[in-house]
Design a protein around this ligand. Structure first.
Ligand code: NCD
Length: 310
């Protein structure tokens, strides 16, 4: 078996073979979501606890649907309704959950490193569903799966990532995954939103939206993650931001004629992305969401010890 990970914490830990194995398996699982009865018995009798201590719509629902389609028993814990709001530490919460013997814990947390911290301390497999501004590996995997399906390959693709890279765990994981799978990545955004270290990750930093988009096969737009900026305002006004780094049809005209547009969601319409593009024929944003379920099914399946696919 190519897949040797006990946890899925970040993209850096995965070899090219492991990344490819997840994408290939996701392609197979995509078909289950197209069946009239969207359920296979593969993870019957296994328990997965989804601990979401930060807001989430897509990722949370996607994990839960993936677990249900594989017949796992899925249990959800959210921040506001849990004892973390009574002052319990993350480790105590999860140790108590672990005493109920889940096989997998899926964690979304506001602190970078939370998933690594847990993985070193509990027996269950840990899946990082987003930790602070650090990593969001399943989002990067679903972005790669969507791109690979739309373009037929990843090697040699020119991908632009635009916006608030400083606070984007999605961008960090995307850059590492895309580079590892052979794509070229250009990034841009306001100077205040470009953290150091992007070049070390393998991205080419360019100064303008036009430079990032020029000839690109795909453009991944990012939301301004104000909630992670600690109250700091990193750009003069929303209107100014939309004018300089917002993607609209005129800006996309510089890309490859068949370029596609991605966004991890939630979209701030009219800020980073014009509605006509979000809803237009070049958008694969809802395909990303569909692939999200298949990719998470693949990850859960591989971490659960690869029972036979039925
Ligand atoms: C992203 C996240 O939470 O990191 N959304 C997601 O998981 N689909 C991006 C964002 O919040 O802007």
């Amino acid at each position: 078996m190519i897949f040797r990970q006990r946890h899925l914490l970040d993209i850096e830990s995965l070899s090219v073979e492991e990344l490819t194995a997840i994408l290939d398996l996701a392609d197979r699982f995509l078909e289950i979501s197209e069946r009239p009865i969207k359920k296979v018995p593969t993870l019957r009798g296994r328990t997965v606890v989804n601990v979401f201590l930060e807001p989430s719509t897509r990722t949370r629902v996607s994990f839960e649907i993936a677990e249900k389609r594989l017949s796992a028993d899925a249990v959800n814990v959210s921040g506001a309704g849990s004892s973390t709001s009574k002052g319990e530490t993350l480790l105590d919460t999860v140790r108590n959950l672990e005493a109920m013997s889940p096989q997998i814990v899926v964690l979304r947390h506001q602190e970078a490193g939370a998933a690594h911290f847990l993985a070193a301390r509990i027996d269950a497999a840990v899946v990082n569903a987003g930790d602070g501004a650090h990593a969001h590996p399943t989002q990067a995997l679903l972005d790669c799966a969507t791109l690979r399906r739309a373009k037929g390959r990843l090697a040699g693709l020119q991908v632009a990532i635009v916006g608030d890279l400083a606070h984007s765990r999605v961008a960090r994981s995307d850059i590492v995954a895309l580079r590892r799978l052979g794509a070229e990545v250009r990034v841009t955004g306001p100077r205040t939103m470009l953290p150091p270290g992007l070049a070390e990750l393998g991205a080419r930093v360019v100064p303008t939206l036009a430079a990032a988009v020029e000839g690109a096969d795909a453009v991944i737009m990012l939301r301004i993650q104000a909630e992670r900026a600690g109250g700091q305002c990193l750009f003069p006004s929303t209107r100014e931001y939309a004018r300089t780094f917002g993607l609209n049809a005129a800006a996309l005209a510089g890309a490859h004629p068949e370029a596609i547009v991605l966004h991890p969601g939630p979209i701030n319409r009219g800020v980073e992305l014009a509605p006509e593009l979000a809803d237009g024929p070049r958008s694969v944003i809802l395909e990303q969401v569909t692939y999200g379920v298949a990719v998470r099914m693949a990850v859960l399946y591989l971490l659960a010890g690869s029972p036979p696919v039925e």
